[in-house]
Ligand binder design. Structure first.
Ligand code: HMG
Ligand code: MG
Length: 302
């Protein structure tokens, strides 16, 4: 299998990265992060979520963030919307693209969005209809594709079934989430091999949390399966509030370094990306989760 010449990175740091933070983060800091990321060449930034503030308090200010970011032409600024209420709020914030999120595990679905998998898919139907009417593209997520914090093993066929439904209802791309970062390269290859029978591989993306330190290996394995879109988080920020102990996504800096080394184009300026990560880490008062950032800039390790 030839590796892709170009890979698209979906930067989820401002959403997946920050959603789990307990300390207040100002709108200014969130806006600055989004603007730093677009300036570094990211073509897609997930800015926030229109979810219940009782469930995820950190995302409560998403509308303000959307109101103040500098929208760079050619960059997609997206938000998570679990239901029609969320979609309508996103629309008011002039969000150009939204993401709906389902799970491959019943328990995770209940803990994360308070409904069964089937109920969640039914809730997405009016979101899809409204999105179509307003010309808003919809991305789909499937969580727990390589393991669940509550149920352990998850059947790949179940992942494929949920991915197939999301694709059939009109999601232009389905991102497969290893929410708790337990996957290995072999499991990642098999995942895309199986799900790729139902959803074209060019419509699939990989979303690897790095809890077990396997995310880069999983990305390489996915590249070998023809996957060319990956979600990542600057400085490796984050985790999911409903997956205790899960760490952040694979660090965007580390993915860019991997892809640069493979001669795969991303359009991203690694030095500017490292600087963006360094700034938000200073705000959060912690070292960067990116090995590349720490190696390149000792201040990122402090
Ligand atoms: P619910 O409590 O069942 O909702 O929550 P409800 O419809 O019964 O409404 C209850 C209250 O929430 C009402 O307010 C609604 O108005 C309000 P009240 O009358 O009590 O004042 N409400 C909303 N408020 C704002 N925005 C909305 C909204 N909807 C209802 N959109 C619900 C169901 C889905 C809303 C809730 O469970 C929720 O918000 N969950 C979000 C969880 C979340 O954001 N998780 C993290 C993102 S997923 C993730 O990280 C995984 C991913 O990265 C991939 C991977 O790693 O696997 C994507
Ligand atoms: Mg995630």
């Amino acid at each position: 299998m030839n590796l892709p010449k170009h890979v698209r990175l979906v930067e989820v740091g401002p959403r997946d990265g920050l959603q789990n933070e307990k300390q207040p983060i100002s709108v200014d800091d969130k806006v600055r992060l989004v603007d730093d990321l677009s300036a570094a060449g990211l073509g897609y930034v997930e800015v926030g979520s229109f979810v219940s503030p009782k469930w995820v308090p950190q995302m409560a200010g998403s509308a303000e963030v959307f109101a103040r970011i500098q929208r760079k032409p050619g960059v997609t600024y997206a938000a998570l919307t679990p239901n029609l209420k969320g979609f309508e709020a996103a629309l008011e914030s002039r969000v150009e693209e939204v993401a709906v999120f389902a799970a491959a595990s019943e328990s995770f679905s209940q803990k994360n969005i308070n409904c069964s998998i089937a109920e969640s898919l039914a809730r997405f139907v009016p979101v899809m209809e409204a999105a179509k009417a307003h010309g808003v593209r919809v991305r789909g997520y499937v969580s727990c594709v390589l393991g669940c914090p509550y149920e352990g093993k998850v059947k790949t066929e179940q992942v494929a079934a949920v991915a197939r439904e999301l694709y059939a209802m009109g999601c232009y791309e389905v991102s497969l989430g290893d929410t708790i970062g337990v996957g290995t390269a072999g499991a990642a290859r098999r995942l895309f091999e199986v799900v790729g029978r139902d959803v074209p591989r060019e419509r699939l993306a990989g979303h690897f949390h790095d809890t077990y330190g396997q995310a880069l290996a999983n990305i390489y394995a996915s590249l070998l399966e023809g996957i060319a879109v990956f979600d990542s988080s600057v400085a490796g920020l984050g985790g999911c509030p409903y997956a205790k102990g899960a760490t952040g996504n694979v660090a965007s800096e580390d993915v860019v370094y991997l892809l640069d080394g493979l001669g795969i184009d991303t359009g991203i300026d690694l030095d500017r990306l490292i600087a963006a990560g360094q700034r938000i880490c200073r705000v959060l008062g912690r070292a960067s989760g990116s090995r590349v950032a720490r190696a390149r800039n000792p201040e990122c390790a402090a």
